[in-house]
Design a protein around this ligand. Structure first.
Ligand SMILES: [Zn+2]
Length: 127
């Protein structure tokens, strides 16, 4: 990958990181908001639940974006963490924070969700 391609990915990832950090701050505000009104409370409970679910997903994405920025720094960006082959440019264009090539990702997706999460962690710690 050329230096200008790497810089382009850095810009995309930094913008995504800033966006997610902003969204997460707002979500946290919703998640802890309390209402004194009982009817409102029902509505808020639903909103809170949704906010918390999104919070989980977005925190996880933010973590992936940060890891991708770290890989840009150490020069391993664009390489699959599992098989160490280059991740296809098309996949990186769609998912700049992708850690695995499409084959390894699909293999991970096929296993149980919790298993693949652990699998991810093991690989991240090993990297
Ligand atoms: Zn791979």
């Amino acid at each position: 990958m050329t230096k200008s391609e790497l810089n382009k990915f850095r810009e995309i990832l930094e913008a995504k990181q800033a966006e997610l950090a902003r969204v997460l701050r707002n979500r946290e505000a919703i998640a802890i908001e309390k209402s004194p009104d009982a009817l409102d409370e029902v509505q808020h409970a639903a909103e809170r639940e949704l906010a918390i679910r999104n919070l989980d997903r977005e925190s996880n994405l933010l973590r992936l974006v940060r890891l991708a920025l770290r890989r840009l720094e150490d020069g391993s960006f664009g390489m699959c963490l599992h098989c160490e082959e280059a991740i296809s440019p098309r996949r990186l264009a769609a998912v700049p924070w992708a850690r695995y090539c499409i084959q390894c990702q699909e293999a991970a997706d096929r296993s149980q969700a919790t298993e693949s999460d652990n699998y991810d962690e093991v690989l991240v710690n090993a990297a």
